[in-house]
Design a protein around this ligand. Structure first.
Ligand SMILES: NC(=O)c1ccc[n+]([C@@H]2O[C@H](COP(=O)([O-])OP(=O)(O)OC[C@H]3O[C@@H](n4cnc5c(N)ncnc54)[C@H](OP(=O)(O)O)[C@@H]3O)[C@@H](O)[C@H]2O)c1
Length: 253
């Protein structure tokens, strides 16, 4: 799947004007989920923006209580109804838990994809072994969305994405804001005369096959995060950030 380097995370966005502003600022990949309870907000923002639907990649995620095979189709239809769309571009399994069973859930997702309710099926928060098991029942993993920031990322998941050639969608690239006070990241930011937010996003994007979806509400943050894709860190910067010892998983199982 061809995703732009920086898309929009919408968890906690409750105002459709922020979505409209993001699209107008240039965001083309919008990421929501049933559990964020804002699919209607995202749909209203898309409807209000002066941009063709075809220019946008809209992604949502089936929550764990909609993953039993019989729940996949009605769950997907309910999301489309809230979004006000005929189809999404990417439909994820949010977590391999609850009603998830690779053997039955994934064929049900392929069926809604084959019927045009989504263009592609993605996975989120899978372990390497769960990706291998998923490949037995899903012909194409279009993307894998995982937590990825200087305090937490998984080499094995990156390697799987690179080996199989699908994008790893890095969520919480700013560690929910925690990187802003990090002395190492601040020092690299100072060197490039930019912000810690930009450095964290650029560090995430320095990995092959990785795109990201920072969440932002204000126009200034939205524009700054898009622009961060152009920031080039050198090998020394990357090494310094790789060397940060703090480990913090924000969304453990
Ligand atoms: N698949 C999953 O299980 C999963 C789990 C968690 C998150 N996600 C996705 O990933 C997205 C992003 O993750 P996240 O929301 O946890 O955190 P994040 O993107 O790491 O950080 C968002 C925070 O940083 C602030 N911010 C953004 N840009 C900034 C800038 N340029 N300067 C200063 N502050 C800035 C935002 O404030 P403002 O809003 O005030 O701009 C917000 O408080 C979510 O919205 C969601 O779509 C997926």
């Amino acid at each position: 799947m061809d995703l732009p380097a920086v898309g929009l995370g919408t968890m906690g966005v409750a105002d459709s004007a922020a979505i409209e502003t993001a699209i107008e600022a240039g965001y083309r990949h919008l990421d929501t989920a049933q559990i964020y309870e804002n699919e209607r907000v995202v749909g209203d923002g898309i409807a209000a923006a002066d941009t063709d639907r075809e220019a946008l990649t809209v992604a949502t995620k089936l929550w764990i209580d909609r993953l039993a095979a019989d729940d996949v189709r009605p769950g997907t239809e309910a999301s489309l109804d809230r979004l006000g769309l005929d189809s999404v571009d990417l439909l994820y399994v949010h977590r391999p838990r609850g009603g998830y069973d690779a053997e039955t859930t994934l064929p049900a997702l392929e069926a809604v994809r084959d019927d045009g309710l989504t263009d592609a099926v993605g996975l989120s928060n899978f372990e390497p072994a769960q990706l291998d098991a998923a490949r037995e029942y899903l012909d194409d993993i279009a993307a894998h969305q995982v937590e990825f920031h200087p305090y937490f990322w998984r080499e094995a998941l990156l390697a799987d994405a690179q080996r199989h050639g699908y994008p790893l969608v890095a969520y919480s690239p700013l560690a929910g804001g925690q990187v802003f006070d990090d002395p190492t990241i601040r020092a690299v930011a100072e060197k490039h005369d930019t912000t810690a937010a930009a450095v964290s996003i650029a560090w995430v994007l320095s990995h092959d096959n990785v795109v990201t979806i920072p969440k932002a509400s204000s126009r200034a943050h939205l524009e700054a995060n898009l622009a961060a894709a152009a920031l080039e860190l050198d090998a020394e910067d990357i090494e310094r950030i790789d060397g940060i010892e703090r480990e913090e998983e924000l969304f453990p199982e």
